[in-house]
Design a protein. Structure first.
Length: 51
């Protein structure tokens, strides 16, 4: 029982920290261009000019 009194607040704190990090990443534009990485993987290195 004493373990739960310690573990529940720790779990809630970690959950709130994760939620805070997710909200921070939303506000800072981390998810602005989800299609860009998907398209960049298709570009061949040989096709780029200047190489």
């Amino acid at each position: 029982m004493n373990g739960l009194l310690i573990l529940i607040p720790i779990a809630l704190g970690l959950g709130l920290a994760g939620l805070g990090a997710f909200m921070w990443s939303l506000r800072n534009g981390q998810f602005e261009d989800p299609d860009g990485a998907a398209m960049r993987i298709l570009i061949d290195d040989e096709d780029r000019p200047g190489d």
